[in-house]
Design a protein around this ligand. Structure first.
Ligand SMILES: [Fe+2]
Length: 382
């Protein structure tokens, strides 16, 4: 058996678990916490419940909400400066992937000093940060359980990955309530991001029996629940989305990702587009190129999304899987192509950044420059 490592944080799931925040910060001995949050959730009732809970437990707090959709290096630096100036001793990230990634970066800099970009790459962080608790508001990113933090190098518009056990949060409080307050397009895009995490983890060169079980479960749950999550917004459907995203997070945090994320990171960095939307548009094209390099794995995925594969040829299984994915994208009203034309000045940057992205390393097929260019040409408006 090959040697494999599997890292996950402490996880508490269920309705109203976010109200455990004060008790857990008390366990960590925290007196003053920094809340890193999306601006658009500050007025929601459930966010106010978090604040009330802190006040009840006499824990002081400050709110840092200077976080863009694709968080920038300078935002993390600003947050770290504020954390130290305000003498905080813990961080609570509330929202989607952006505040959670930014919170992870703040925790690195406020403990290790220097600039956040000094820590890009694998295992570059020396000291663990202050206690970090994540309360996700979407079922998709799984930054609340992962070893990844993605940050935009704002000078060159490249999204950089920081991969380390030291950015795994200390605790994830995963609650269904915030999911019920998100708009449907965000639910659609973040759900497709979670499905992509599971698919890429399952076909990854670094997959293992420990990650496979989570990846397949995630694919089953998300492919069934996602259309209902967008149309009905019911609590039991959101529970399936929450569990699907969590399983996908356990899988990809330990098996890494592939070409969909490599191309999506490049798109998100150069054009500042939403991460989930980029993945949704790219997924079917990457499966088309990858399929023959991981046929048995994609066959399992096809079964998990509901294809009847008995008696089908490989080509037919591939066609069924791609059809299911593209029909799902259409049901979610996510477009087939981006609304802009490819800008020739930025095109070269887009291709090169994708090829150099660390997620490309674990893709089952080594994609050439021509193939990467070919995929991008399919997803831009003609
Ligand atoms: Fe992702």
């Amino acid at each position: 058996m090959e040697q494999r490592k599997f890292v996950v944080p402490e996880v508490v799931v269920g309705k109203n678990v976010m109200e455990l925040i004060g008790r857990y910060l008390g366990h960590f001995g925290s007196r003053k916490t920094m809340i890193v949050a999306d601006k658009n959730i500050l007025k929601l009732n459930w966010f106010q419940n978090i604040i009330n809970n802190l006040m009840k437990k006499d824990i002081e707090y400050i709110i840092f909400d200077e976080v863009s959709e694709n968080p920038r290096d300078y935002e993390a630096m600003l947050g770290a400066e504020l954390f130290l100036a305000e003498d905080c001793d813990s961080i609570v990230a509330v929202g989607g992937g952006s505040p959670m990634d930014c919170a992870k970066c703040i925790s690195i800099v406020c403990t290790n000093g220097g600039h956040i970009l000094d820590y890009v790459g694998v295992d570059q962080i020396r000291l663990p940060g202050p206690p970090l608790i994540c309360i996700p508001s979407t079922a998709g990113t799984a930054a609340d359980v992962s070893q990844f933090a993605i940050i935009l190098d704002s000078k060159i518009h490249i999204k950089k990955a920081i991969i380390s056990k030291k950015v795994v949060p200390d605790l994830a409080l995963i609650d269904t309530i915030p999911l019920l307050t998100m708009d449907t397009y965000l639910t659609a895009c973040t759900g497709m991001d979670a499905l992509t995490h599971a698919i890429e983890a399952y076909v990854s060169n670094a997959a293992s029996p420990l990650t496979d079980v989570h990846a397949l479960k995630a694919i089953e749950l998300i492919s069934k629940a996602l259309p209902n999550a967008v149309s009905s917004n019911k609590e039991e459907v959101m529970e399936d989305m929450l569990m699907g995203s969590l399983h996908a997070g356990f899988a990809f945090s330990n098996a890494s990702l592939g070409a969909v994320h490599a191309l999506a990171h490049s798109l998100g960095g150069v054009l500042d587009l939403p991460h989930g939307q980029c993945n949704s548009i790219l997924l079917e094209h990457v499966i088309d190129l990858n399929f023959e390099y991981a046929q048995d794995r994609y066959k399992d995925i096809a079964v998990a999304v509901g294809c009847e594969v008995e008696g089908l040829s490989s080509e037919e299984i591939k066609a069924c899987l791609i059809d299911v994915i593209s029909e799902l994208r259409e049901k979610l009203s996510i477009p087939e192509k981006l609304s802009e034309k490819i800008n020739p000045e930025l095109a070269e940057e887009l291709y090169v950044n994708a090829i150099n992205d660390p997620c490309m390393v674990t893709n089952p097929k080594n994609l050439s420059y021509k193939e990467v260019k070919g995929i991008y040409e399919k997803i831009f408006k003609e």
